[in-house]
Design a protein around this ligand. Structure first.
Ligand SMILES: *[C@@H]1O[C@H](CO)[C@@H](O)[C@H](O)[C@H]1NC(C)=O
Ligand SMILES: *[C@@H]1O[C@H](CO)[C@@H](O)[C@H](O)[C@H]1NC(C)=O
Ligand SMILES: *[C@@H]1O[C@H](CO)[C@@H](O)[C@H](O)[C@H]1NC(C)=O
Length: 276
């Protein structure tokens, strides 16, 4: 209960949020840290700020918390794709609203991946690079972080979640997750995270990591998957003014859980290939 209330209050009054909710990020990072090689694990522990106490998950929403302090980072959380096309292309879509190329979530994943490969050099602030990469790996897996331009990934679509007014982006950032936490996990994000992890098979892990010949190609794959799922599940049957409840929730919750699982497995794979 406490967590759910905390998440609601953090996001209330932020109509244009572009953040996979705090709990979504937490679970992606918690799952990822459990799959690190010992080399990657020790690099991560060295880079985490001391306030994290060695827990990557505790820092996975840092990038949302610095959006005001670092306004340049705002465009790095998402990708706007052409309305109704349901495809993503790096050269066409990875730019910010003023057209600057590479300024989108995939560009940011590539950027912070390259920076982290310089470890242990101190050319870049690799503590920030780790916290940005971990966050953006979550964002690129939230289907509506790769959404249509006009509705800003569902932010512009007003819906009612079990009769409470919100927007479609927020349903996918937080509402579906909160509803699952409340229905099945006693509002305990760690229980939900452990349960999602327990479902991951080794076949899935190797399929999910067969995403391209380079990490950059994989990042493109993750974005393409998201816009396809945005069309097949998020936008589908959720027009402006829609009342969403059990029918929508029950047919979408496993999509969300799978995206969290994939984000965790793939973040670990990136870190394991970065720190060798
Ligand atoms: C790359 O990282 C640097 C340092 O944080 C930042 O200034 C720059 O905006 C980033 N660019 C992208 C596309 O992520
Ligand atoms: C790197 O970034 C972290 C987090 O913002 C900050 O606490 C730290 O002081 C920075 N390190 C350097 C050397 O600037
Ligand atoms: C785990 O998988 C089972 C069987 O597919 C499914 O019913 C359950 O909802 C899954 N649990 C989570 C947390 O994803």
């Amino acid at each position: 209960m406490f967590l759910a209330v905390l998440v609601v209050s953090l996001f209330a009054g932020v109509p244009l949020s572009n953040a996979w909710g705090t709990d979504g990020h937490y679970m992606v990072c918690k799952i990822a840290q459990s799959y690190l090689t010992s080399t990657a694990s020790s690099a991560v522990l060295k880079l985490l700020p001391s306030s994290a106490n060695g827990d990557l998950a505790s820092m996975c929403s840092w990038a949302d918390n610095v959006r005001t302090a670092y306004p340049w980072s705002s465009a790095l959380h998402y990708i706007d794709t052409p309305d109704n096309l349901c495809t993503y292309s790096y050269s066409r879509d990875c730019h910010d609203s003023s057209g600057a190329s590479g300024r989108c979530v995939v560009g940011a994943i590539n950027n912070y991946t390259s920076q982290l490969k310089t470890y242990p050099s101190t050319t870049y602030n690799l503590t920030q690079a780790l916290m940005f990469l971990s966050h953006f790996m979550g964002d690129v897996h939230q289907p509506l972080h790769v959404g249509f331009t006009t509705d800003a990934g569902g932010n512009g679509i007003t819906v009612y979640w079990y009769n409470v007014q919100t927007n479609l982006h927020s349903v996918w950032d937080t509402k579906i997750i909160q509803t699952s936490e409340s229905n099945y996990f006693g509002n305990d994000v760690n229980k939900m995270s452990d349960s999602i992890k327990a479902n991951i098979t080794s076949t899935q892990k190797s399929q999910w990591n067969s995403c391209g010949s380079t990490l950059a190609a994989c990042a493109d794959t993750f974005a393409s998957e998201s816009i396809q799922q945005a069309c097949s599940y998020a936008y589908k049957d959720a027009p402006n003014g829609a009342h969403l409840s059990d029918t929508y929730y029950l047919s979408r919750k496993s999509v969300v859980n799978t995206r969290i699982a994939q984000g965790g497995v793939r973040l670990a794979n990136f870190l394991n290939q970065i720190f060798v």
